[in-house]
Each structure stands twice: as structure tokens, then as C-alpha cells.
Write a protein of this length. Structure first.
Length: 459
């Protein structure tokens, strides 16, 4: 019989940061003043912060020590070479251009590869990725499997691409109108869902036939690799590090927001194998980010990142990281709370359509739910539904995605199991009084990535 072991953390806590509880009355006022948008709250008014896992993880003692080893030379910092070597060894990519964070890399990549009128297929959209594709003149096309759009479908690899959708697009527009395929590990907007290696290999075969490169959004690649190790035939005995390397080897380049997997507060990069694209990227980075050996980062940031990459690939680490998210997800399922299934790797995603079925999507059920959870307990979450999906460029109407979700995102190495219990209990309390909850109307809407700064009022 296989030994069942808990996912207990492979570390102990050396330093703590106090958090403070406020009263319900205080929080009602705070969220109203923030236009019912959790992005506009002050962090000091938050008790448990599940807005994002981006830049919010706890660094290790090694990473903090790395900060002291920063070489802050304008050019040729030794920390850059350490980062470059780490990316080559862990992720297989030959050339690295650091950027201040993921969207900096997306900007440069999109500007280099996309021409007006191009199409960029991807395994579901991501907000910043899609915007940069559009600003460069391209159009995003969703080729994720249908299962990904169904929060109750239990398929284990909802990040898989549907090759028929891709073949159809190639048939319609021609391979020369597709500069690359954009593949995310894991798929954030689907609820943190992984792609399988089997699917990626099949995609590689098809794209090679048509001469189309694959660009990898590797923001949460270690988490994806862990799910492959757990659930894909033939990978149970492989380490997460080996699986990550194999995923990267099947792609031609990547954009990375290192603020997630790699557990730094800021940082990212663009990595490619093609020397011509590298040359262009290295030139463009000096316009928007900084010299090609720092790209908007301090030397110390690059050092903490190089160390964080290796830590992110340790089996013990990733097992505890995803284990904690699974613990919260299973607890909520046992309470009968509607969440996206299977549980994602970086957070638990509430299904707001089912949670608040009496609130129609034009009254922003997920935005409403995030505000209500904050009022109940000071737990901050994020809307991932109609507000995030923005407007249709042609008709001007809202895009109405099938997934209307609230994301409870778990930072790495930050919160305890008792925090997970408090979170689940708070969501349960809101669930019990769901019938009394009313929707919102939008009263201010910025032009780009509206979810960050939009304001709402209670109906
Ligand atoms: C989040 C963060 C960032 C991200 C990502 C994937 C799969 C690229 C990026 C961009 C922060 C965020 C961003 C937009 C809306 C809400 C939140 N995701 N690809 O919380 O990287 O932020 O470093 O520029 O998840 O999921 P960066």
C-alpha cells in the first residue's frame, strides 16, 4: 500500500508580519469608498490578502541573502549572468532579456513578432497578454479545449489546446498570418488549470508542420509540471524540475512573470532560442525597460530571482504549495460551495454564477461577491469575470465570458492552514446569506484593463 503523507511545509517560519482585523462597519465603508473594487482597497485594511499570488510570496533566507549580493553596476552585473545561467539550465532557453515583470516581456515580444492583421491562438486569453497582442495589431483566438469553459467539468488537463480549432484557423487565415501560438502553463483564467505534455507534444508536431513557433507563458510552469507528475501517465517518477525542462524544450521561447512561481516581489524576462529575435529584443528592451543586462531590475532583484527559480522546482516545495491550495479547495467543496473543479494550482475560484444565480451578469456577480467576502472578514479576493473580460472592440458591448469567477489566490509560503480555515468559514457565511445580496452598476470605466480601476455602486 502506498504511504499517504500530508503536504506539510518544507520550511519553518523565521520572521512574521502582523496583520490586523477591522470591524464589519469599517470594512463596509472602506469597500464603498473603494468603488466596490478590491484593487482600490488599502492593503492595511485587508486581513488575509488573496488578491493575487503575484509578487506576494515569502522569500527564503537564501533569497534575502542574495539581495545583499547585488551587483548594481549599470552594465554587465554578475547577477544577470547568474540569472542567464539559471534560465539555461532550468528552462532550456538560450537567450534571456530581463524585464521589470511579465507584461514588459509581453510588450516586447508582441511588438517584435506581431504584424497588423495577424492572429494569435492561445489556450484561453490572459488580460495583459491579449491587450499587448491587440496593441501590436493582432487578434487573439481561443483554442483551449471546451472543457476549460465549463467550471464543473472534471477533466484533469483543462489547459489543453483543441488541435481541431487550430487546424480550422490555419485553414481559414493561413499559417503566415499566425506569427506564433501562445501557450500558458497553467491557464490562469480557466481557474489555474494545467496543460498536459501529451497535448503539448501533439501541438508541437502540428505547428512544426506549419512552421509556426510556440511561445510559452511560463508564469506558473512549476505548478503545471506538478500536475503532470501527479496525473499524467508516464510522469509519476519524474521530478518537477525534469518535467519543467521538457515543457520548455517543446517551445521556442517564453515570457515570464517571475512574481509567481519564482517567488520574487518584482521581475520577469523574455527568453528565446532564435538569435535574430534575441537581437531585436535586446535592442528594444533599452527603449522601454533598461539596458539588456538589467531590463528594469536591480542587480539584487536578479539574484533573488535566480535563487527563487531553483527553489520553485523542488518537489517538496511545490507539493506543499499546491497541497495548501487543494486543502482549501476540498474544504470548500465539502461545505457545498460552488467552485471551479478540479481545484486549480494557485487559488480556489468561486463560481459566482452558481453562488449568486439571482444576479445577472450585467450586474457583475463576481465583482459583487468579492466585495461581500471582504465585508464579511477582510479577506481580499479578485473578480475574474465580465469586468476582467472587457468590451468587444467591434460592438462596444461587454464580453460575457462563461466563467464568472472570484479568485481566492494563495501567495506562496505566506499563510497557514488556520488561515485557510478562516477563509473557508468566511465564504461559507456569505454563502448562507447569498439571497440577500444585490448586484452592482459600473460608474467609472477606464479604457485599458478596466478591472484594475473601475468603480461601482450598489444597486
Ligand atoms: C495575477 C497576475 C499576471 C500574469 C499572469 C499570466 C498567466 C502574464 C501575467 C502578467 C497579476 C495580474 C495581471 C493582470 C490582471 C490581474 C492580475 N498575473 N501571464 O494576479 O505578468 O503581472 O508580472 O506583468 O498570471 O494573476 P505581470
Amino acid at each position: 500500500m502506498e504511504k499517504k503523507r500530508s503536504w506539510a511545509e518544507p520550511y519553518k517560519i523565521k520572521m512574521v508580519e502582523p496583520v490586523f482585523m477591522t470591524t464589519e462597519e469599517y470594512r463596509r465603508k472602506a469597500i464603498e469608498e473603494s468603488g466596490y473594487n478590491t484593487f482600490l482597497l488599502r492593503s492595511e485594511d485587508v486581513y488575509i490578502d488573496l488578491l493575487t499570488d503575484s509578487g506576494t510570496s515569502a522569500m527564503s533566507d537564501r533569497q534575502w541573502a542574495g539581495l545583499m549580493m547585488g551587483d548594481e553596476a549599470y552594465a554587465g552585473s554578475r547577477n544577470f549572468y547568474h540569472l542567464e545561467e539559471t534560465v539555461r539550465e532550468c528552462y532550456s532557453y538560450k537567450y534571456v532579456v530581463p524585464t521589470h515583470q511579465g507584461r514588459g516581456a509581453e510588450h516586447i515580444l508582441s511588438r517584435i513578432l506581431i504584424k497588423q492583421g495577424d492572429f494569435i491562438p492561445g489556450n484561453m486569453y490572459f488580460t495583459t497578454t491579449k491587450l499587448h497582442q491587440e496593441l501590436a495589431g493582432g487578434k487573439f483566438v481561443d483554442i483551449v479545449v471546451d472543457e476549460a469553459h465549463d467550471p464543473d467539468n472534471l477533466y484533469k488537463f483543462k489547459g489543453d489546446t483543441d488541435l481541431r480549432k487550430l487546424e480550422k484557423l490555419i485553414g481559414e487565415v493561413g499559417a503566415d498570418k499566425i506569427p506564433y501560438i501562445s501557450i500558458a502553463t497553467t491557464v490562469n483564467m480557466a481557474g489555474g488549470q494545467p496543460i498536459s505534455l501529451g497535448n503539448l507534444k501533439a501541438l508541437r508536431k502540428l505547428t512544426t508542420k506549419h512552421g509556426i513557433p510556440i511561445v510559452h507563458d511560463m508564469t506558473r510552469v512549476a505548478e503545471n509540471a506538478f500536475m503532470i507528475q501527479q496525473n499524467e501517465e508516464g510522469y509519476h517518477d519524474r521530478s518537477v524540475a525534469e518535467i519543467v525542462y521538457e515543457i520548455c524544450s517543446l517551445t521556442d521561447g517564453s515570457t515570464m512573470s517571475s512574481k509567481k512561481d519564482a517567488m520574487v516581489n518584482i521581475g520577469g524576462f523574455l527568453a528565446v532560442n532564435d538569435p535574430v529575435i534575441f537581437d531585436k529584443a535586446r535592442n528594444m528592451v533599452v527603449i522601454y525597460e533598461g539596458l539588456h543586462t538589467y531590463g528594469g531590475l536591480a542587480g539584487r532583484d536578479m539574484e533573488a530571482l535566480a535563487i527563487g527559480i531553483r527553489e520553485s522546482l523542488q518537489d517538496d516545495h511545490i507539493r506543499a504549495r499546491v497541497g495548501q491550495v487543494m486543502y482549501l479547495g476540498e474544504k470548500m467543496m465539502n461545505m457545498g460551495i460552488p467552485i471551479v473543479k478540479p481545484v486549480g494550482t494557485h487559488g480556489v475560484f468561486l463560481n459566482a454564477r452558481k453562488f449568486l444565480p439571482h444576479i445577472t451578469q450585467d450586474k457583475f456577480p463576481a465583482q459583487t461577491l468579492a466585495a461581500e467576502i471582504y465585508i464579511d472578514s477582510g479577506v481580499r479576493s479578485m473578480e475574474r469575470g465580465v469586468v476582467s473580460a472587457g468590451r468587444n472592440k467591434e460592438t462596444g458591448d461587454h464580453n460575457y465570458p462563461n466563467l464568472e469567477l472570484v479568485r481566492l489566490t494563495i501567495p506562496r509560503r505566506v499563510y497557514t492552514q488556520a488561515h485557510m480555515d478562516v477563509i473557508a468559514e468566511s465564504v461559507q457565511r456569505v454563502y448562507e446569506r447569498r439571497d440577500s445580496i444585490r448586484g452592482l452598476k459600473m460608474v467609472y470605466e477606464p479604457e485599458y484593463l478596466r478591472f484594475f480601476q473601475a468603480r461601482f455602486e450598489k444597486l
